[in-house]
Design a protein around this ligand. Structure first.
Ligand SMILES: [Zn+2]
Length: 288
């Protein structure tokens, strides 16, 4: 057994050298975020371009975009497409040594409807009183400022991971009705989770915002750089502080039912160029 085992070890070492070379190669490739072009409403358009410029910038509707190097002079722009965007031909502006225009096509998508019933004290989320409205307006400003954050450099790479393991109870993009009244579409994914299940950061980043908001309840925003931001809402406990650097998979808090919810779950959202996009587009296929 020993004799067979020792040559095996030798082989293993050779393999592990091979393996670390592979890892090294992988890390070069994965210095970017792998996204497949999916230019539907609520999706991400991926546009490739080449330039010799060391730091090209890109804009859609005048909003700065996520730009990532692929290899050599090959770059890629990720464009979050608003759910309410008009389908058709769109213009992307790239600024390197001059201003270049690229065109891409936004494709229509018809998301399903979802009807939700709010009962008892949760009805305040449907018909907020004056005091609540005052709070909602103040919070709307804070949340929209956070969403406009565009920091450099990019803070994460590779695929995102699921923040909790539970099944998806509400997919992205549903057209929502509360007690029969139309409201904003569902701008994230809902994962089932028992109260106090740990929530993991989907990727490396920096805590941009924490707080307890009227609709969102206890909330954490994580900045991944260049306008890519993940949000975690309806939490029970928040375990991180603003400006804290976070690693992928680190616990940021626990599942709860604060804010406009009908039960304990995690709502996970992703912003890209200030637009809510389907978070599934950043996960490995087998994690969806
Ligand atoms: Zn949700």
């Amino acid at each position: 057994m020993m004799e067979k085992f020792i040559p095996g070890l030798g082989k293993l070492r050779k393999n592990s050298l091979h393996f670390s070379l592979l890892l090294l190669l992988n890390s070069i490739v994965l210095a970017s975020i792998p996204v497949t072009n999916n230019p539907i409403l609520g999706g991400i358009a991926v546009v490739d371009f080449t330039t010799q410029h060391p730091n090209p910038k890109a804009f859609y509707n005048k909003i700065p975009l996520y730009v990532q190097p692929i290899k050599d002079q090959h770059w890629q722009v990720l464009i979050g497409i608003p759910l309410q965007e008009k389908p058709g031909k769109k213009t992307l502006i790239v600024e390197d040594f001059s201003t270049q225009r690229f065109y891409f096509e936004v494709i229509d998508y018809n998301y399903d409807e979802q009807h939700i019933t709010l009962k008892n004290d949760k009805k305040k989320y449907l018909n907020p009183n004056l005091q609540h409205l005052d709070r909602i307006n103040k919070e709307r400003l804070i949340l929209s400022e956070a969403r406009k954050t565009f920091s450099k450099p990019a803070l994460s790479k590779g695929h995102f991971i699921r923040p909790v393991k539970g099944i998806t109870t509400s997919p992205f993009g549903l057209r929502r009705f509360y007690n029969g009244q139309a409201r904003r579409a569902h701008t994230g994914l809902d994962y089932a989770g028992d109260m106090n299940t740990p929530i993991l950061s989907a990727a490396d980043g920096k805590v941009l915002l924490t707080g307890h908001f009227f609709f969102n309840g206890k909330t954490v925003f994580i900045d991944h750089g260049q306008g890519l931001i993940s949000v975690y809402i309806h939490m029970n406990k928040i375990a991180v502080k603003q400006n804290q650097m976070i690693k992928q998979g680190e616990i940021i808090g626990t599942v709860g039912q604060t804010g406009r919810t009908t039960g304990a779950h995690l709502h996970w959202g992703v912003y890209l160029n200030q637009v809510s996009v389907n978070p599934n587009l950043l996960l490995k296929k087998n994690e969806i």
